[in-house]
Design a protein around this ligand. Structure first.
Ligand code: NAP
Length: 296
């Protein structure tokens, strides 16, 4: 019913409402598939970029239940959806359902970005490149020749491990609760990847936590850390892929040791920026995207 109501004139100039009311049958549509999806910041990031770029494109969230990604791709292609961002729990199913995959997505068996090409869906993965782009921008970090540690071996860790190997890290040390998963994740970095222990953290230029561990409040008793903050210090870049809260207790402890710290917001922004570039062929306005999620 509400969609049949006449539109109310707005006075917000070129604000989001004015822009939304300009959507038409010619507007290009992209979206994010996941479940649940209502919390996703991806549409905000994409729509900020489209507005800044002056493109008649729009991004929306599609709640696709588990096991339904392949069907969603068929429907989305039939409707001419230009691209899809893919989040939990669909990254692996999207890789299987893609008509083709980039080398990156093939290697990870995970797709976070789908591009609707003439011959079908091209599956890509921008997660690892997104984190490295974020660290280059915020801390001028270049993995080339550096010893790095990644704690975790899940989807996010695997993308980061592969990107560090590609980026020329001298060593990518992987630490994971389940040894076999750690071993197969370390192999993604090629010859520089190996399994190790957190005791080696003090010799690493970069330490990344890609697990949910380290969210405990320090005052709550004996906290469980991904890496003992006592092993971290000045000159090291310490990253927690979690971004809510913006400063996890582990990141705060690492900062207290003098390390440079960064949360996962940069990875989120830059993986979305790379998606925009894959879809539109144009450089994404990263500063505006950052401002949107930082509330600036
Ligand atoms: P995932 O595939 O489920 O992997 C989780 C990883 O954490 C596995 O290596 C798992 O070890 C380990 N783990 C879980 N609970 C643990 C515990 N209690 N003790 C020790 N290890 C534990 O998850 P994911 O998608 O990779 O996400 C990992 C983290 O990255 C999450 O915090 C997520 O919010 C964050 N993330 C951030 C972004 C971003 O854009 N910033 C994107 C994706 C994910 P086992 O192998 O032993 O199970």
């Amino acid at each position: 019913m509400s969609s049949d109501r006449p539109r109310t004139p707005t006075s917000d100039g070129d604000g989001p409402l004015a822009r939304a009311l300009r959507l038409s049958a010619a507007t290009s549509v992209v979206g994010v598939i996941g479940y649940p999806i209502s919390h996703s910041l991806s549409p905000l990031l994409h729509n900020t970029a489209f507005a800044e770029m002056g493109l008649d494109w729009v991004s929306v969230g599609f709640p696709v239940p588990p096991g339904q990604a392949a069907r969603a791709l068929i429907g989305a292609r039939a409707m001419g959806i230009r691209g899809l961002s893919v989040t939990m729990p669909h990254k692996e199913e999207a890789a299987q359902a893609s008509d083709r995959c980039t080398t990156e997505a093939d290697r990870l068996h995970a797709v976070n970005c789908l591009i609707n090409e003439e011959d079908g869906w091209l599956g890509d993965n921008t997660d690892g490149a997104g984190l490295l782009a974020a660290l280059a921008r915020s801390s001028r970090f270049d993995p080339s020749g550096q010893r790095c540690m990644v704690v975790g071996a899940g989807g996010a860790a695997r993308a980061v491990i592969a990107a560090l190997g590609d980026g020329g890290a001298s060593e990518v040390i992987v630490v994971n609760r389940t040894a076999a998963r750690g071993q197969s994740a370390a192999a993604l970095a090629g010859p520089s990847g190996r399994v190790g222990t957190t005791a080696e953290a003090s010799s690493c230029a970069l330490v990344v936590n890609a697990t949910p561990v380290g969210m405990d409040d320090v005052d709550s008793g004996s906290p469980v850390w991904p890496v003992d903050p006592g092993l971290l210090g000045p000159g090291q870049l310490v990253v927690d892929l979690v971004y809510h809260p913006p400063v996890t207790p582990w990141l705060a402890a690492a900062a207290g040791q003098g390390s440079i710290t960064s949360n996962g917001l940069g990875m989120l922004v830059h993986q979305a920026a790379l998606q925009i570039e894959r879809w539109t062929g144009t450089t994404a306005p990263v500063d505006a995207m950052w401002a949107a999620v930082e509330g600036g």
